[in-house]
Design a protein around this ligand. Structure first.
Ligand code: CAA
Length: 240
C-alpha cells in the first residue's frame, strides 16, 4: 500500500538509496537535505522525488518543513531518520563544538524529525519509524566518541518508542549499517579505510542499496510485529 514517506538526508548516500527504494515500493517520498543544493537538484531530476531543505538540528525548522511536506503529499506515515554527520577526532583533540554539532544533528535531529509526526501517527493508528544508527554505535570507534554516542542513543530511542507506539500500530526500528561505500566512508584516510575493510569478513564495503532494502522491509505493512529491533547489515564485521 502506498503511503507518504519522509527521509531525512534523503538526497545523498544511504538516504538517497532509501528514498529510491521507498519510491519503487509505491510510496510518495519526500527527501530532506541540509545544504547541498546541487546534489538535491540532481537527485530530483534523476528520480522525480521532491527535496526539502532544512536543518534537522532545528526543531522549529523541522516542524515547519514537515508541515509543508504534509501539505504537499499528505500525512507522514513513514519516517526514516537518516541525516547524520561525522566530526571525527581522537578524544583528547575533540572540541566541544565537534561534540555539540554531532549531538545536535545526529541525536537531537532524530527527536526533531520524529516528534512532529508522532501525534498524527497515534491518531491514525499507523506509523513506521526507522532510525539509521551505525555499527559504531554498537561497538564504539576510535575518534568517534561523539558519533558513537549518538548512534548508541538511537537504539535507546527506538526501543522506547517501540513500547510507546505498539498499541497505536506504530513500529520503531533501527538499521545499523557497517561501513558502506558512501562519501562519509570515502572521507576516511585511505590507509585507515583499507585497514577497516580488512576487518570485514565479507571483504568489501556494503552498498547503500543493501541498507535501503532493510528499510523497505521494516516500513512495510507486513512488518507490523517487528518492533524495537535492530537490523545489523555489516558484512559480519560485528555481532551484537
Ligand atoms: N584504531 C587505532 N588507532 C587509530 C585508528 C583506529 N581506527 N585511527 C587512527 N589511529 C591512530 C593513528 O594511526 C595515529 O597513531 P600514531 O600517533 O601512533 O601514528 C593516531 O591514532 C592518530 O593520530 P593523529 O593525532 O594524527 O590523529 P588526527 O588528529 O590526525 O586524527 C583521525 C586522525 C581523525 C583519527 C583519522 O585517522 C580518521 O578519520 N580515522 C577514522 C575514524 C573512523 O573510522 N571514522 C568512521 C567514519 S565512517 C562512519 O562513521 C560511518 C559509519 O557509521 C560506519
Amino acid at each position: 500500500m502506498g503511503r507518504v514517506a519522509l527521509v531525512t538526508g534523503g538526497s545523498r548516500g544511504i538516504g538517497a538509496a532509501i528514498s529510491k527504494s521507498l519510491l519503487a515500493d509505491g510510496h510518495k517520498v519526500a527527501a530532506t537535505y541540509a545544504g547541498n543544493d546541487d546534489a538535491a537538484a540532481a537527485f530530483t531530476k534523476e528520480t522525480g522525488i521532491k527535496t526539502y531543505k532544512w536543518n534537522v538540528a532545528d526543531y522549529d525548522a523541522s516542524a515547519a518543513g514537515i508541515a509543508q511536506v504534509e501539505g504537499d503529499l499528505g500525512p507522514v506515515d513513514i519516517v526514516v531518520a537518516n541525516a547524520g554527520i561525522t566530526r571525527d577526532a581522537p578524544f583528547h583533540k575533540m572540541t566541544p563544538e565537534q561534540w555539540k554539532e554531532v549531538i545536535d544533528t545526529n541525536l537531537t535531529g532524530v527527536f526533531n524529525t520524529v516528534h512532529p509526526v508522532w501525534s498524527g501517527m497515534r491518531e491514525r493508528k499507523f506509523g513506521r519509524v526507522v532510525v539509521i544508527s551505525s555499527i559504531n554505535g554498537q561497538k564504539g570507534q576510535f575518534a568517534q566518541v561523539n558519533y558513537a554516542a549518538t548512534k548508541a542513543g538511537d537504539l535507546g530511542i527506538i526501543k522506547s518508542l517501540a513500547q510507546e507506539g505498539a498499541r497505536a500500530g506504530i513500529t520503531a526500528n533501527a538499521v545499523c549499517p557497517g561501513y558502506i561505500a558512501t562519501e562519509m566512508v570515502m572521507a576516511v584516510p585511505e590507509k585507515v579505510r583499507e585497514s577497516i575493510i580488512g576487518q570485514i569478513p565479507a571483504g568489501r564495503l556494503g552498498e547503500p542499496e543493501e541498507i535501503a532494502r532493510c528499510v523497505s522491509f521494516l516500513v512495510s505493512d507486513d512488518a507490523g510485529f517487528v518492533n524495537g529491533s535492530t537490523i545489523s547489515a555489516n558484512g559480519a564485521q560485528f555481532f551484537s
